[in-house]
Design a protein. Structure first.
Length: 278
C-alpha cells in the first residue's frame, strides 16, 4: 500500500490511496492463520507422543478434544435376538475399529472363537491392521481398500455366494448395503453398537477456526446439539467416506479429507492444509 500526493486547489492538499489497499486487505484475509481446532474425539492418552504434538509445535495451534458421541455396545443377548449365529458366516465386512472391538467382544461373551478360515473385508488398511488385535493377520484372509470399501467391492462380488456378516452401528451402513443389494451379495447387516450424541452445548463453536469430524454419528451430534448451526468460514475436515458423505448430506463444506493416497491420516491432511494456508 502506498499514497500519492494530489492537489485540490491552492488551499488544500492530501493523499490519494491507490487500489493496492484492496490488495493488501485481500492478502490479509488470505494470510489469516488457523489458531483453534476442535477434534470430535477424546484426547490421546499421551498427547506429547501423538502426531498432534508436531502440529502444535510446528504451527502453534491450540487443539481442543471433545467426545461428540458415546458408544453403547449391544449385549450378547441382544445380538442373539437378531438371530445371528456366527458359525454360519465365512466372511465379515468391517468399516470401523468400533465394529471390530464389539464383534470380538460379543464373540468372547458367546464363547465363540473365530476360525482361521474366516475372511475379513475392510474399507481401509487402517481398519484391516486393527484386526491383529484379535487374530493372526493372514494376507490371504484379509482384504482391504486403500481408502474405501468400494475399492474391493469387485472381490466381494466375485465371492458373493459366501455368507457375509456386516456388523456396524445403528447409524451406519446404508450406502454399503445398497451396493451389496444391487449385486445380490449374500449378507446380513447387524447392529452391534449404538451411537448416542453427547451433550456438547458448552462449546462455543464460533471460537474455532477448524472442526474435524470422524464419524457420521459425530455429524449427527453436531446438529443434535446445535440445530441452527451455520458453517460460515469455519474449516471442516472429515475422515472416512461415510463421514464425508454424512457431512455433505448435512450441507457442510468439506475442506479437508482423509484418508487419501497422499495423506493416509487426518493429522497429515491437516498439516498439509496448515502449510498451504499460513
Amino acid at each position: 500500500m502506498h499514497a500519492e500526493n494530489f492537489a485540490c486547489g491552492s488551499n488544500c492538499c492530501g493523499y490519494f490511496w491507490t487500489i493496492e489497499i484492496i490488495d493488501f486487505q485481500r492478502n490479509k484475509i488470505i494470510e489469516m492463520k488457523i489458531k483453534n481446532i476442535l477434534f470430535s474425539q477424546p484426547q490421546p492418552v499421551d498427547l506429547d507422543k501423538s502426531p498432534y504434538k508436531n502440529m502444535i509445535t510446528k504451527y502453534g495451534v491450540h487443539l481442543t478434544f471433545e467426545k461428540f458421541i458415546k458408544i453403547e455396545g449391544v449385549t450378547a443377548n441382544e445380538f442373539r435376538l437378531d438371530k445371528v449365529y456366527l458359525q454360519e458366516y465365512g466372511a465379515i465386512i468391517f468399516t470401523s475399529r468400533n465394529a471390530i472391538d464389539h464383534l470380538f467382544r460379543i464373540a468372547k461373551e458367546m464363547r465363540y472363537e473365530m476360525p482361521d478360515s474366516m475372511k475379513y473385508y475392510c474399507n481401509s488398511e487402517f481398519t484391516a491392521a486393527y484386526i491383529q488385535k484379535y487374530v493372526q493377520y493372514r494376507k490371504r484372509k484379509v482384504f482391504h481398500g486403500k481408502q474405501t470399501l468400494d475399492e474391493i467391492m469387485d472381490v466381494i462380488i466375485k465371492n458373493k455366494d459366501d455368507k457375509f456378516l456386516f456388523p456396524c452401528s445403528d447409524v451406519q451402513g446404508q450406502g454399503i448395503t445398497d451396493v451389496l443389494d444391487k449385486n445380490n451379495v449374500n449378507y446380513k447387516r447387524v447392529t452391534i453398537y449404538n451411537t448416542v450424541s453427547s451433550d456438547i452445548t458448552h462449546l462455543d463453536l464460533k471460537k474455532f477456526d477448524m472442526i474435524v469430524l470422524f464419524t457420521p454419528a459425530g455429524v449427527k451430534s453436531l446438529f443434535d446439539n446445535y440445530p441452527d448451526f451455520e458453517q460460515g468460514d469455519i474449516i471442516f475436515g472429515g475422515f472416512g467416506e461415510n463421514t464425508i458423505q454424512a457431512m455433505k448430506e448435512a450441507n457442510l463444506r468439506v475442506d479437508i479429507v482423509a484418508p487419501t493416497d497422499k495423506n493416509p491420516s487426518m493429522t497429515m491432511a491437516i498439516e498439509e492444509y496448515l502449510k498451504n494456508n499460513k
